[in-house]
Design a protein around this ligand. Structure first.
Ligand code: ATR
Length: 275
């Protein structure tokens, strides 16, 4: 039996247990994926318990993604680039920390909206941890250009500088978006602007969106943010944050089980439990 779980504080809201439970069942794998309420003071002991109890792995969520790094035996590049871990794999007591958020996002973007990223121009709004992971993963597919726009312009420039060796990445302030957006193929919101309960807000003026653009939002509550509905009205192809969640889970599931994740079943399980 394979033992899996998710550590967070709080944890009741996590959709990972139902999503991974459905995936295990769909593939006929016997085992369990359990929610684990772990406070910050308990994190070290809880990670040690993965070995003691023989868990194959866990997801790690808020507020542990950074703190958990010090307890890992190894850190994958995906975790080192972002400075955070969301997936732990236990190989006979050796714990490796991964971050599947960025690669999960890019896999979902390619599967659901933009099969070919090479040669595209991408505008990323926001310059926090989520943007960092996504840009690292995007650059593996060789977009022509990535522009990072952020409220705090300096952070956009710093993040762009960190990726200089990997591609054409630049940082701008929000006020420069109108001048740059006409040439963009893909617009990605990584900020929390538009998230419940502030569902009327958009990170950029929707009038800047043009037919044929791909508009993507990491937010999945609501499933379709105002940015996405405004984009759809203007003939954009839209991509929502639920798929990022599904595919970060898909990578974790594949690392733990060695099997292809049943992504359609995973997504439908979440949609059903949001109803
Ligand atoms: P995450 O890990 O989700 O990326 P983060 O590292 O705290 O979270 O980054 C949040 C990002 O959303 C930042 O780019 C932040 O802009 P600043 O760097 O200027 O703070 C952006 N953000 C958050 N709230 C915002 C708002 N109301 N308007 C514009 N940008 C906002």
């Amino acid at each position: 039996d394979i033992l899996l779980g998710v550590m967070g504080d709080p944890i009741v809201q996590s959709k990972s247990p139902v999503m991974h439970g459905a995936a295990l069942k769909a593939l006929g794998i016997s085992g369990a994926y359990v929610p684990l309420h772990i406070t910050p003071g308990q994190l070290g002991e809880a990670i040690q318990a993965i070995r003691t109890l023989g868990f194959r792995g866990v997801n790690v969520t808020i507020p542990h993604k950074v703190a958990v790094m010090e307890y890992m035996d190894r850190l994958d590049d995906s975790a080192l680039i972002v400075g955070a871990v969301n997936t732990v794999v236990n190989d006979d007591g050796v714990l490796t920390g991964y971050n599947t958020d960025g690669i999960g996002y890019v896999r979902s973007l390619k599967a659901e909206a933009a099969p070919e990223l090479s040669g595209t121009r991408v505008l990323v709004i926001g310059a926090g941890g989520a943007a960092r992971g996504i840009i690292a993963a995007l650059l593996e597919d060789h977009p022509l250009e990535v522009i990072i726009a952020n409220r705090t312009e300096d952070k956009a420039k710093q993040l762009a500088a960190a990726f200089q060796s990997k591609g054409a990445v630049s940082g701008i302030g929000m006020d420069e978006i109108p001048a740059h957006i006409p040439g963009m193929d893909i617009v990605i919101n990584t900020t929390s602007v538009g998230m419940y309960p502030h569902t009327d807000a958009t990170p950029i003026d929707p009038a800047l969106l043009r037919e044929g653009m791909i508009v993507s939002d990491l937010i999945y509550n609501p499933l379709h943010t105002r940015l996405l509905t405004e984009g759809q009205k203007r003939g954009c192809r839209i991509h929502g944050g639920l798929d990022m969640f599904v595919y970060q889970g898909a990578y974790a599931f594949e690392y733990w089980t060695g099997r292809s994740a049943p992504v359609d079943i995973m997504r439908q399980t979440i949609i059903d439990c949001l109803r």
